[in-house]
Design a binder for this molecule. Structure first.
Ligand code: FE2
Length: 413
């Protein structure tokens, strides 16, 4: 099969992309527009991209907002209270049903690679067991990476270390952490040493909820980066959120950036979640509570955007559309210069794929999986400006989904 008349990112001219079975077999620049043969998909000059990526979400909590009560203040702290109420009614089937429903929402928006954090601070590891089944059942729609996420801490939660080890034995892909939430600075540091040891031993990737606070004294990122550097694990390690970096003074941040660059770690920012939950102890001026996305990017480090939540006790909105998060993130992070807009899809495609270590399982190149998404726009700029939808999503060489673009007609004009 093939797609003709496609615009590819960062290239000029129209292209034909062909595949045989599950792999891309040929990519050719066309001399001009060509006509479709039976079975061809005509891109009509629109953008053909590798699938969108959701690098940071909590599928075990999605679609629970308002059950049994809504978060009226909108704060993180009331979110924790509401979640505690909802947690009492969680079952294996409930977790699976909500995860599958959310995955379908993500797939509808052209996402085919997802990393989910799953709370393992539960002696039964119930949510994790559900998610491991979901990972297999959802393979037709997405590739799912599961992070062992110790929501209540590794050192501060009774049996936290053992639960992390059991989660790795059950088959998670990624080891997580939450050092800023541990009871003391020392526990935060030792949790990072523990999780890095565990990842090194097991071969898991690392993705830590790191410094998700406005506290400028929350400085676990330097510990994580240094551990990644000395162990030579940087490309396999991700620091999620790092919102405290938005409150660090510039002198400290200047020194920190040197280490971050040497470490080679990845960064994930969840700008809609952070602008909503952070800054809550400020009156005015009020901080944005996001990490330094533009500065990390300009320093040559790998940074991408994630949704974090969809309709859960902490964040009531979201619909699976990562381009909505990209739109908001570009605003919030002051990345609306044309150069940023013209390559903005990097933040939700290639950069995210790199953070997830997808390697040659991702990208439009001969020999790679025929996973392709045709957007209803002809450039990154138009995709984000118009909030383009996925017109066609192809997975493993098969058409997974098509969408008829909406048509507006004015009457009597
Ligand atoms: Fe998160």
């Amino acid at each position: 099969m093939k797609i003709i008349n496609a615009t590819l990112r960062k290239t000029s001219g129209l292209h034909t992309v062909s595949w045989e079975g599950e792999r891309i077999s040929d990519i050719r620049v066309q001399a001009g527009r060509v006509s479709a043969e039976p079975g061809d998909i005509d891109a009509q000059s629109q953008l053909l991209i590798a699938p969108l990526v959701e690098p940071h979400i909590h599928l075990d909590a999605t679609l629970t907002a308002g059950e049994p009560e809504w978060n009226m203040s909108g704060t993180l702290f009331e979110g924790i209270e509401r979640w505690a109420q909802r947690k009492e009614t969680i079952t294996h089937e409930d977790t699976k049903l909500r995860a599958h429903t959310t995955i379908r929402m993500l797939a509808e928006h052209g996402i085919q690679h997802v990393r989910t954090h799953v709370d393992i601070t539960d002696p039964t590891l119930g949510a994790l067991k559900s998610m491991i089944e979901v990972r297999e059942e959802a393979r037709g729609l997405i590739d799912l990476q599961i992070v062992a996420f110790p929501q209540e801490g590794i050192e501060s939660y009774a049996g936290g270390r053992e639960l992390m080890e059991r989660a790795v034995e059950l088959g998670v892909d990624v080891v997580g952490g939450i050092p800023h939430f541990e009871n003391t600075r020392e526990q935060g540091v030792s949790s990072i040493l523990f999780l890095m040891d565990l990842a090194e031993r097991s071969g898991c990737l690392v993705d830590v909820h790191c410094d998700e606070t406005d506290d400028p004294n929350s400085r676990f990122l330097e510990v994580l980066a240094e551990q990644a550097r000395v162990r030579g694990m940087g490309s396999r390690v991700t620091a999620s959120h790092t919102t405290a970096m938005g409150s660090y003074d510039n002198a400290y941040c200047f020194k920190l950036f040197r280490l971050l660059k040497l470490s080679g770690i990845n960064f994930i920012s969840c700008p809609t979640e952070s602008i909503h939950l952070q800054g809550r102890f400020d009156s005015y001026p009020k901080r944005r509570g996001v990490t330094r996305v533009a500065e990390l990017d300009r320093a040559g480090m790998n940074v991408c955007f994630g949704q974090d939540s969809i309709k859960d006790p902490w964040y009531p909105l979201g619909n699976g559309n990562i381009l909505r998060v990209l739109d908001a993130g570009l605003h919030i992070c002051h990345m609306m210069g044309f150069e940023d807009l013209a390559r903005s899809l990097d933040l939700v495609t290639d950069n995210s794929a790199r953070a997830l270590n997808l390697g040659d399982r991702y990208g439009i190149a001969v020999g790679r999986p025929a996973n392709l998404v045709l957007l209803d726009a002809d450039s990154d700029y138009e995709a984000v400006r118009r909030q383009a939808k996925a017109r066609v999503s192809i997975r493993g060489g098969k058409v997974l989904m098509t969408r008829v673009p909406e048509r507006v007609e004015f009457m009597g004009l």
